[in-house]
Design a protein. Structure first.
Length: 336
């Protein structure tokens, strides 16, 4: 048995290393290739402070912050989705399915259309909206026991109300404001900059370690409330802390790039397939970084002269996987 656990740990380590290498390679591809290519020597010269007309601006002000944002957003959504899926023992219980990401988007759209907000004010509104909706979903769902399907249904109900609100606001907005607000319904890295990247780094520096510390408790809660309580876990307090952490990860990621569709719910199942068992939060975060980096590079270069929102591609990828998960969950009787 000990030998089996050691072998599984080695497999996890190898695959985590492969994912980390994939993140590094995709990061390099995003920065060096695309519609404007930069050689490796020129890239390091630019980092060293050498001014190369055109290239310096494109690398430092566009490609680098965009690639960094892709990594950070992928980690945030990947870890958030896996927290909810594991905690509720349901692969459909990710922030984008249960309405938390949409809560952040709706709050951002409200701030833009009703109050003319822009920049950091919209991002803060998105974080506040995501956390408020997460709290409302949790408090509503827990009255009858926090089962997986119950929370999903409550989240879908909240998302439907918010969707109606957003549609109403868009009908009242002028074309320019509506176009700006639409970014918050799809998810895009086209407006990435160092200000957003620094804010997201600051948030994740606090949230990622907190999530990793709570991951051991998350594994115990996956055994069931009674088993976890028997092992000394304060079930309700731990569940609330995990939901808060997951909601914060989803909210700050949405505030930075909008609700990048499907990333949160794809990462957990993909990571689970890679290791053949419960995925670690770190592994899910790496999967998220790979997904967003690859999708954003494709979105930026798929159509010459047009940079698509990354959420268009991730959403297209997520739709068939969501159908597959729905069929799998129904067959296995998961959900609670």
């Amino acid at each position: 048995m000990a030998a089996g656990r050691a072998a599984r740990r080695r497999v996890r380590g190898v695959r985590a290393g492969a994912l980390a290498l994939a993140v590094v390679l995709l990061f390099a591809v995003s920065v060096l290739l695309g519609s404007y290519t930069v050689t490796v020597p020129d890239f390091f010269r630019i980092l060293g402070g050498v001014q190369i007309p055109g290239a310096s601006f494109i690398v430092l002000e566009n490609k680098l912050p965009r690639a960094l944002m892709a990594v950070l957003v992928g980690i945030g959504f990947g870890m958030a989705g896996t927290i909810f899926q594991t905690l509720l023992r349901n692969p459909l219980a990710s922030p984008d399915v249960i309405g938390i990401s949409y809560g952040a988007s709706a709050s951002a759209v409200t701030a833009i259309v009703l109050f003319g907000a822009s920049g950091a004010a919209v991002s803060f509104a998105a974080v506040a909206g995501g956390l408020a909706v997460a709290a409302a979903i949790y408090l509503t769902a827990r009255r009858g026991g926090l089962g997986g399907y119950r929370l999903i249904l409550v989240g879908i109900a909240f998302a439907a109300v918010l969707h109606a609100l957003v549609n109403f606001l868009l009908t009242r907005a002028d074309l320019r404001t509506a176009a700006e607000a639409l970014v918050w319904l799809t998810g895009s890295l086209n407006s990435s900059n160092w200000d957003r990247a620094v804010l997201l780094v600051g948030a994740l520096v606090l949230l990622v370690p907190a999530a990793l510390v709570l991951s051991r408790i998350l594994q115990l809660l996956e055994l069931g409330d009674d088993a976890a309580a028997g092992l000394g876990v304060r079930v309700e307090a731990s569940r609330a802390a995990l939901i808060l952490t997951g909601a914060c990860l989803a909210a700050v990621s949405t505030a930075a790039a909008g609700p990048v569709a499907a990333v949160a719910f794809l990462c957990g199942p993909i990571a689970r397939r890679l290791v053949g068992g419960p995925p670690s939060l770190a592994l899910a975060g790496l999967v998220g970084a790979v997904l967003v980096l690859a999708a954003d590079f494709a979105a930026a270069n798929l159509i010459p002269g047009t940079s698509l929102p990354v959420g268009v591609l991730t959403g297209a990828l997520g739709a068939p996987v969501l159908l597959w998960l729905l069929i799998s969950v129904n067959r296995s009787g998961q959900g609670g």
